[in-house]
Design a binder for this molecule. Structure first.
Ligand SMILES: [Zn+2]
Length: 403
């Protein structure tokens, strides 16, 4: 029995509203959807009776009346979320209300041409079935699969479009490969877009125009415009990593010089740290390199927290360049919020401070009035939550269109 297949438009709107509000009372739902109390109650009663909604929480003390919070029923099935980064993948099984039931992450280099999409995604499928097993679920329980990948995506066909980091993925159908063995639909989007969608859910859609900037192996931007993800005409909207911030800067793998990604992302931070260490400028970095056997961005962060001036300078420079790029983007788009995420963003408090200083210095006063530049509220879980939101949102949408 497919309990999803016979829903009215009104019931669908109630489900969507409850999903996006991460639990809501009957009163909230009537208010949000501008329905009469009796109409909202009737729709909700029908959904509870069908097992699509469940009630949680307790009544209001002393009133004698229940004020339960409603959420989408856990009994309906699970979502699979996959967040594929340039150097790691995270996978989770979640309830329709995005509670994580099981999860796993491991290192994988998607840029390694010896692996290619077949090998990486086959491993992802093995992990998905292990994670489903851990929470006593099977492939048939999966409602939808959401996947984030580190490159520009044609969302309709669920394929990467000439991805610079991973050329062998270009013509590969991620959707067909992942859908095999599941009845569930598969949705694929850029890894920063899924973080933006996740942030929108976390904010319960209370902010309509914002950017999510990810600074890790690469630099990318997810755009929420008028309350919706903006992907652009070919799926590469927000590809800000190759904006030039220094015409005398180093050459980037894209062929241009001075790209912000080539100067401020993790490889640049690690390269600058290694060069400074070789020049004998930092005993602290040298010590970390000797202790660990290598010098990575985490070591630069740790050295910075010890007060190492070289590490501080590298982090400040990275933040400042990201802020310089952001200033142009902020002038152009006029967001109310910019949320920062990715491994470099949390390398040390100096990074955020440098981004802010650079943005406010270089942007026009009108576009920074009321602008908030802050960390993503989802932090490290942004990819998993975002892929889960993508899966559930598109699943609900596909159901409402079919009516
Ligand atoms: Zn470039």
């Amino acid at each position: 029995l497919d309990r999803w297949s016979n829903l009215s438009i009104g019931e669908m709107l109630v489900l969507e509203s409850i999903f996006w509000s991460a639990g809501a009372s009957r009163h909230d739902i009537a208010t949000t959807l501008r329905l009469s109390k009796s109409k909202a109650n009737a729709l909700i009663a029908a959904l509870v009776a069908q097992g699509l909604l469940m009630e949680m929480g307790h009544g209001v003390p002393g009133t004698g009346r229940p004020a339960e919070t409603l959420c989408i029923s856990d009994q309906l099935g699970v979502l699979v979320a996959i967040d594929l980064g340039a150097t790691s993948m995270a996978i989770a099984v979640l309830t329709p209300s995005l509670v994580v039931l099981s999860q796993h992450s491991e290192a994988v280099d998607v840029r390694d041409i010896r692996l290619g999409p077949g090998v990486v995604l086959a491993r992802a499928k093995v992990l998905v079935s292990e994670l489903l097993g851990q929470c006593d679920k099977s492939a048939n329980d999966v409602l939808a699969i959401g996947i984030g990948v580190p490159g520009p995506v044609n969302f309709e066909v669920a394929q990467l479009v000439s991805p610079p980091l991973m050329p062998s993925w270009g013509d590969f159908s991620i959707r067909d490969f992942m859908a095999d063995g599941f009845k569930a639909p598969v949705f694929v989007d850029n890894d920063v877009n899924i973080r933006a969608i996740g942030e929108l859910w976390k904010l319960q859609r209370s902010v309509s125009n914002f950017l999510v900037i990810k600074v890790g192996t690469g630099i990318g931007c997810g755009i929420i415009c008028d309350g919706k993800i903006y992907r652009g005409s070919t799926g590469s909207a927000g590809d800000v990593g190759h904006i030039c911030v220094d015409i005398n800067g180093p050459r980037c793998y894209c062929g241009n010089v001075g790209c912000v990604e080539a100067m401020a992302a993790r490889p640049a931070v690690e390269r600058l740290a290694a060069e400074a260490m070789e020049r004998g400028e930092s005993d602290v970095l040298r010590r970390y390199a000797d202790e660990r056997g290598y010098l990575d961005a985490n070591a630069v962060g740790a050295a910075s927290r010890e007060g190492d001036v070289v590490a501080n300078r590298i982090i400040q420079q990275s933040g400042s360049l990201v802020g310089q790029m952001l200033a142009s983007v902020v002038n152009f788009f006029n967001p109310s919020h910019v949320f920062l995420t990715g491994s470099i963003v949390t390398i040390g408090p100096l990074f955020l401070a440098a981004v802010r200083q650079s943005v406010y210095q270089r942007s026009l006063a009108l576009s920074t009035r009321g602008l908030h530049v802050q960390y993503s509220a989802l932090g490290d879980t942004g990819g998993i939550v975002g892929a889960g939101v993508l899966a559930m949102q598109e699943f609900l949408k596909s159901r409402s269109v079919s009516r």
